[in-house]
Design a protein around this ligand. Sequence first.
Ligand code: FES
Ligand SMILES: [Fe+2]
Length: 440
Amino acid sequence: MSATAKTDASLNVDHLVQEDKVHKSIYTDPAIFDLEMERIWGQSWIYVGHESQVKEPGQYYATTIGSQPVLLTRHKDGNFHVLFNRCAHKGAQLVGDSSGKVKDLRCGYHAWRFDMDGKCIAIPLAQGYDDTGFSKDDECANIQKLPRYDSYRGFVFASLSAEGPDLVTWLDGVASSIDNMVDRAPEGELEITGGVLRYEHDSNWKFFLENLNDMMHPMIVHQSSSLTARKVAKREFGEGEKTPSAIEIIGPFSEGYDFCNVVGLHAFPHGHGYSGGKTSIHANYSDIEEYNEAMHAAYGKERTDEIFTVNRHNTVCYPSMTLKGAIQTMRVVKPISVNKTVIESWTFRLKGAPDELLKRSILYCNLINSSANLVGPDDQEVYGRQQSGLQAQGNDWMPLSRDLGRDEDMGDGYLYAQGSSDLAFRNQLAAWKNYMGEED
Ligand code: FES
Ligand SMILES: [Fe+2]
């Protein structure tokens, strides 16, 4: 393979990802980004919202799948729908706000009205269309639904493609991360709450996803924030004294390589995976007695222990959604251009759990995921440095060989490796290659 790879003309990009290396152009070439929107974001299941955002008929939540504006809505019959956010008349976007509640969807241009399932219900001066071959009852007068949408335990995904595996089959091994997050609610249900932190990264969307299960970076990138937190804790709090949640949250980010290796990596088909399992950086948070009691009352002690034993760090539902079940937060990936990505950070309330738990989740989001706090900005800085560093010539290929050939085969296409392995990158990029290799 030559040092430079052909990335335009035919746009055959298969060769840019190999088992042991990846070509830098997949992070920097705008033509490849456009192809990703078509072949990955246009084919895969993409997270579009949570059912708790559209609890009542008439509620909507507006979002995007790549460049496509879409709407998650709740219809009067109780079903939810995912519609393209554009009027069937002359294309005006139907809602400008990100969420709201309406009687029906009324276009702000010529006032065509639509039900929450997209059906056209009224057109002003409709008699103008009499005997013309067009009527509001035609399919083309409706807002178009996305080819496929479905919910897994409240998490709604949609696909721009009519083809492909059903949602549960596609989620595969990471469905268990959603299960565990929902099972942590004494009433078995989650609710999005506390608003959203939305911030722009000057970097390609894949850097964010790769970093989540990059276990070789926290002790380096987060050293200054996390070690300082540890020092403060040692100075201010005596043996056996309760340390504040903020210290409990930040401290583990500077754990060493041995800890990260024990945390481990799990990889599944379609690029999904998670770090952690039996332990993670979330494993040693203080007990909240009232919460434990609510869980025991709901599930019994044995089942509660089983639920709490699952302690995962980051779960990646490739390419659009990432979860932290143990602290009830989620991050959503929105690619804008080859070097611009918006990351949204959301918090969940566990129904039936005391407010203290929600406060800890919000504290986590603010401390770790906010662009104006301690840990997230460290990562944001390195993504930006990657993006600008890759403009430099030389080293066109980046290695993916750490622990190559040492994965443990868990069956069903599932793989396990110690935390320092490059397994998570290889797995995401194998999915990338698989999606991108499909010719039109
Ligand atoms: S563009 Fe919506 S009613 Fe005309
Ligand atoms: Fe990080």
